[in-house]
Write a protein that binds this ligand. Sequence first.
Ligand SMILES: *Cc1c(COP(=O)(O)O)cnc(C)c1O
Length: 397
Amino acid sequence: MKKSTRIDRIPPYIFAVIDKKKAEAQAKGIDVVDLGIGDPDLPTPKFIVDKMVEAVQNPANHDYPPYQGTKDYRTAVARWYKKRFGVTLDPENEVISLIGSKEGIVHSFLSFLDPGDVALLPDPGYPAYQTGVLIAGGEPYKLNVDEANNYEPDLDGIPADILAKSKMLFLNYPGNPTGTLARDAFLEKAIKWAKTNDVLICMDLAYSEVYFDADDKPRSILEFEGAMDICIEFHSLSKTFNMTGWRVGMAVGNAEAIQILGKIKTNVDSGVFKAIQETAIHALDNDQPFIQEQNDLLKVRRNIIVDGLNEQGWNLDYPRATYYIWAPIPAGYTSQEFTIFMLETAGILVVPGTGYGENGEGYFRISITTPNERLEEAIRRMKTHNIRFETTKTALA
Ligand SMILES: *Cc1c(COP(=O)(O)O)cnc(C)c1O
């Protein structure tokens, strides 16, 4: 069969590979504690499901939705942005519905890149950025984000020839996989840099509602001066309301950029099921106290893992947001080797840092989207097998 060259440029999806490893371990009779994918284990809250049951019965919701989202949905997104971030959005021009933010993210590269154009991406970072660039025929250029640079890419260090070809910069705070928040000073600087260099900033705000302390409430980049000129932001209800399967999100920000993204989308998809949009409005208008309760519960889980790893010799700070604990691996292993070792020795599934880019080498990611008992079981098993941070590969072999 003759296929496109773009297919060969796309690496296998990390979680497809991990699912296979998990199935192999389970086939050997291992009870796997899955700390892999960041998909909420908890159900969508009842107030949202009940609304859907009602909305789905209305025949007026059964036809093709408007491409850009219903007016009511776009207005509700604008209302939520005002309430949550103090950001004013024009629902006519500055909001578009998405079939989950991943859809909008991948389509953004088709909207803004020609073959050979560069998109600047955080490394480690969410894998869909890189594959989206490759599908569009663009060139990903990775910017290191790590503890040493406060998880903020060095924008001034980008080589001039790369910068000349760059059309987009992706940022993701709170960040997957590192769990980090943006500092205001960095966002201000990035906006100025983007305007000077005419590079569109695409902020991935998927985790804005997953945070653990009132002081750490994440901000929208659109709160900052000048952002509306050069930024769009991707968001969705997936992580906020345990609605990953529902596929509903939004892109908001600069009107011209939203219109360009809309042009691709109009020709590819036909929008979000209207019953889901009606339900999403209800969720956005009634987000409290659900978000607070959810975060209190996630904080307990976060502490189980971080305290447990620290008892085993790690020296981790508590991540301030997201579902993720990003931890260094014991000396002597590659990320991949350590992941396989954890699975085969203790039946614990974690993700190798390299799944998020080359700079993830030396790290692994734990997701807390699993009940407390299973997280406690993972720590218990690490103790049983004496898996400690200072245990080197040779000592364990
Ligand atoms: C989960 C996730 C998304 C995509 O979520 P959708 O369900 O497509 O809205 C986007 N970015 C990051 C960083 C994520 O972790």
